[in-house]
Design a protein around this ligand. Sequence first.
Ligand SMILES: C[S@@+](CC[C@H](N)C(=O)[O-])C[C@H]1O[C@@H](n2cnc3c(N)ncnc32)[C@H](O)[C@@H]1O
Length: 272
Amino acid sequence: MTEDAAAARSSPVLDTTVSHSARIWNYWLGGRDNYAVDREAGDRVAAMLPSIVAQARADRAFLGRAIRYLAGAEGIRQFLDVGTGLPTANNTHEVAQQVAAESRIVYVDNDPLVLVHARALLTSTAEGACDYVEGDLRNPDKILAEAARTLDFTKPAALMLLGILHHIPDTDEAFAIVRRLAATLAPGSYVAINHSTSAVHGEDMEEAVRHWNKVGTPSMTLRTPEQIADFFAGLELLPPGVVSCSRWRPDPSDGPGEPDEVDEFCGVARKP
Ligand SMILES: C[S@@+](CC[C@H](N)C(=O)[O-])C[C@H]1O[C@@H](n2cnc3c(N)ncnc32)[C@H](O)[C@@H]1O
C-alpha cells in the first residue's frame, strides 16, 4: 500500500488515484460514478472472484426487499441508512416512498463523492422527507444528533447498516457502534444488517479481500455468519435469521428453487 493509500484509509478525501469502496460498488452495480482506478480494482477483484458482481447485486436486491417489508408489513416510516453508497436505482427513499409517500429517510456516508452526488438522494416526495448527513459510523453520536433533525427517535425507525460494518476492522468497536445506535431507537424499531463473509467461497473470497486491502479504501474485515448474528444481540431476529442475502425472503418472481448463496450475509431484527 502506498503512503497515500494509507492516508486515505484514515481520512477520506476525494482522491481519484485510490480506489474506493463506494465507487467500486457503483461499478459492480453497473453505475457510472467511478474512476479508472476503481474499474481496474473492481476488475481485478472480479477476476479473482467472479461471483462478486452477483454479490453486489444480491445486496441491493436485499435492500429493496427489506425496505418493502418494513414499510409495508411493519408500517415503518423512518429510515436511517448509514453507508448509503453512491445513488443508484432503487435507493432507500425511492423504495420506502413507493410504499408510503410520507416516509422520512436520513442518509449517512463519509465518502466525499457520495456527498457530491447527494442531490440524487434528496428527491423526496412532498409528503415525506430526505436528508443527508456527512458522517462517520465510528462517531454514532454525531450521526444520531444530526439525524434527529429529520427523524423522531421516540417513534419506531429502521436502522440500515448495509455493506458498511465490514469496514470497521475492530469487531468490539463494530459491536459497540451497533449497540449505541440501537439503544437510541424506540421499541418496535428494526435493525437491518448485511456484511461480507467467506462462508460460501472460502479462500477465493479471502484472497479477493486481501487484494482489496492492498489497493482499496476503506479496508475490509470478513466475519463469520455467527459473528454477524452477534450484531443482533438483544434484538429479536426475524425469520429466516442470518442467511446469505440472496436467500432472505427471496422474491417468488425471481424463479423457482433456492437462489445461489453469495458471501454477503444479512438479517433483520426487531427491538422489543
Ligand atoms: C459497499 S458500499 C454499500 C452501499 C449500500 N449501503 C449498499 O448496500 O448497496 C459501503 C459504503 O459505506 C461507506 N462507508 C464505509 N465506511 C464508512 C464509515 N466509517 N462511515 C460512513 N460511511 C462509511 C462507503 O463510503 C460506501 O459508500
